[in-house]
Design a protein around this ligand. Structure first.
Ligand code: HEC
Length: 257
């Protein structure tokens, strides 16, 4: 009798302990997942703030499309909150689909809907997979850009951010193709490219970018200095690291190699 009592009470104590510790573990892991800014960015993680938002701001949140004023079909794509509100919109309405004239993928789409709603996790994934946005004549996102967004969806659509610290920011010997072009493609070409580039600046053409950079306007615009309209237009400022890279490249003669 005494023995059984001992066994039962030790099991009980054990249970109390394990539940206490697992609760604590939860508390710890919860605070870990809050979008803190780690010192080292994980290259396998797609960060909303640095990798996804600039693509949305430059390709989707434009006037006439999904910016605050136009909000085509009620969709605004200029922030995490607005993106999530859109993604969570009723499935039945197909209003995220703007590209009525572009029939590519249309049948696919109908079949998908006939099959039940679960073919895509959400509207954003659907738009990326069907490659319908931005509607023609605007330039579509590249495969690489769509993959970035799809990977972020797969990773759970976190509102995460990781900025390269000033000490880790290399601005020496900037190479246009390797260091500068990716910044421009991600942050600028959505507006300064395609059929009707803003202000007539087609930055998908490196020569044009160089020409405007050498006038001094690019640096004034991206550093939000007086004398130019702040860029990206109505979007978040580039990171300090990216601005320094652009400056260093221009100061060294804006060579296109
Ligand atoms: C959401 C659309 C959009 C994005 C993204 C964007 N621009 Fe612009 N850009 C515009 C518009 C619109 C104008 C014309 C604004 C004006 O004249 O006031 C403009 C004008 C400019 C000008 C001329 C500014 C002046 O005062 O004359 C420069 C330089 C420029 N953009 C560079 C950039 C660079 C570099 C990027 C990327 C870092 C960028 N833009 C991203 C829409 C955009």
């Amino acid at each position: 009798m005494k023995k059984t009592f001992l066994i039962y009470s030790s099991i009980l104590i054990l249970l109390v302990f394990t539940s206490y510790f697992s609760q604590n573990e939860n508390v710890f892991s919860k605070s870990d997942t809050v979008s803190s800014v780690p010192t080292d960015c994980d290259s396998s993680v797609v960060y909303f703030r640095q990798d996804v938002l600039p693509l949305l701001q430059s390709n989707c949140a434009k006037s006439g499309c999904h910016n605050e004023e136009t909000r085509k079909h009620g969709v605004v794509l200029n922030s995490y909150e607005n993106l999530m509100a859109t993604v969570e919109m009723e499935r039945e309405d197909d209003d995220f689909d703007d590209d009525r004239k572009d029939d590519r993928g249309r049948d696919d789409d109908r079949k998908g809907r006939g099959n039940g709603a679960d073919r895509y996790k959400n509207k954003l994934e659907k738009m990326m997979r069907l490659n319908k946005m931005p509607p023609s004549p605007e330039k579509k996102l590249s495969q690489e850009q769509r993959n970035i967004i799809l990977k972020w969806i797969d990773q759970g659509m976190q509102n995460n951010s990781c900025e390269v610290s000033a000490t880790d920011c290399n601005t020496v010997n900037m190479n246009f193709t390797k260091d500068i072009k990716p910044i421009i493609d991600e942050n600028c070409v959505g507006c300064h490219g395609g059929a009707k580039p803003k202000k007539g600046y087609d930055f998908s053409n490196p020569e044009k970018f160089r020409e405007v950079a050498l006038t001094g306007l690019v640096y004034l615009a991206v550093s939000h200095s007086e004398g130019a309209t702040p860029m990206p237009f109505e979007g978040d400022k580039l990171s300090d690291c990216d601005i320094s890279k652009i400056k260093s490249w221009i100061d060294a003669g804006a060579e296109l190699k």
